[in-house]
Design a protein around this ligand. Sequence first.
Ligand SMILES: NC(=O)c1ccc[n+]([C@@H]2O[C@H](COP(=O)([O-])OP(=O)(O)OC[C@H]3O[C@@H](n4cnc5c(N)ncnc54)[C@H](O)[C@@H]3O)[C@@H](O)[C@H]2O)c1
Length: 472
Amino acid sequence: MSNDKKNNKNNRRDFLKSAAIISAGAAAASCTAGSAKITPKRNLYLPSKNKTVMGLIVPKMDTVRIGWIGVGRRGTNLMRLMCNIEGTGIKAICDTDPKAINRGKEILSKAGREEPKIYTGSDQAYKDMLARDDLDIIMVVTPWRWHRSMAVDAMNAGKHAFVEVPAAFSIEECWDLVDTSEKNQKNCMMMENCCYNREEMMVLNMVRSGVFGEILHAEGAYIHELRWQMKDMTEGTGSWRTDWHVKEGANLYPTHGLGPIAQYMDINRGDRLDYVTSLSSPAAGRDIYAKENFAPDHKRNQHIYHAGDMNTSIIKTVKGRSIMIQHDTTTPRPYSRHNLIAGTDGVWAGYPQRIALDKDNPHKIGGMSYHKWDKEVEKYYAKFEHPLWGRMKEEAKKNGGHGGMDFVMLWRIIYCLRNGLALDQNVYDAAAWSALVPLSLDSVKDRSSSKDFPDFTRGIWKAAKPLDFKML
Ligand SMILES: NC(=O)c1ccc[n+]([C@@H]2O[C@H](COP(=O)([O-])OP(=O)(O)OC[C@H]3O[C@@H](n4cnc5c(N)ncnc54)[C@H](O)[C@@H]3O)[C@@H](O)[C@H]2O)c1
């Protein structure tokens, strides 16, 4: 067979294979919206002529001029915090809901900020805002179905995109973010705020200081009982988030647990997510909640909830390390992100915070038992407090936002942009961390068969420098 014929045959086989996988992933992708065209490409490795954006540094901004899309539950909180950060100007606000627009205007006016230009009236109004030439960054704080298209449109309009979690919901969407960021040399940061929490930042410092030895395994989660959001019917998070539970689901919200772990493990900067196997429990809790809280003919009782209440996904990294990530927003269970990291010399776990180390362990009995945790963790904060929290603690306490982590994240973003520093999270992180949504879905539907993560960095991860974790 000639090489051309062989290539054609291989291309066709690849095409058929990817078409089959695409239709399997269509349930998640069909939830998404927007105009930017998506090309189906699930290949694991895609060459590109565009320059990498790993470590991208953009010209320093004196004042960071912001266009804001979405002033709902989350957008309201973030906007309040942003107003307390020096060197920012919220020039324009876009929301389809007039109440949200008024809320945004009020926040800015109370903070003594200039009156913003308003964009509303249609779900495409954000595009008029993107056409302005006096905006540097766009905040995307909208429902999940809009994340990819708003971020892509923002970068194509010459702005840096800052998008809420998860950034994308299909592998095609992940690649689209990567391609667009590289083509325009614009940042696309998924604002994973848990990477800026005091505990996670201290643990990152401990990992880098070698406290746990060689890192082998980690566990993260988003366990947060949110059934009450099902009562949001016409507006608010539950009005759109509940629909995702009606579809087949797996890990719908992986990045709060996975993001900090990826930073502990230098994912995309020396190691890479390789493959995942995933399984879900039965879906029971939302149906019970609907029966107890809504009339039999209510919309919430007309659905079948397909997303299993608890999803457990297990990832192997290229270097062979293991990561367990769970998702459960349904069962009546206390909040947890697990935040467990284990190495050859010890283990840290969150919720509640505890540690067990091979050396200096007050609970080690007879030099051989590790059955007890050391819960007196303040001494570790005294020694390993992350420098950013050391600097920001008072301001974080004063401003709040999930215990201060939201403020620290926004402050750090603005600091990087004003000082010509690379952001701590780039588009490759957004893509790899978000890819767990569609890959877990594919795996659950395929009797937990393993599914490969694409190499969104196109090989750059092997030589990429670890995150400058001191962040100063
Ligand atoms: N990182 C975190 O800790 C955290 C916490 C909560 C929510 N979130 C994320 O924030 C995002 C928003 O969640 P929320 O709870 O604020 O939802 P929400 O429904 O309360 O707010 C969304 C807002 O977007 C507006 N909107 C919808 N479509 C639009 C469009 N086409 N153009 C302009 N505006 C549009 C809505 O009118 C609404 O005001 C979600 O992605 C969610 O996952 C993150």
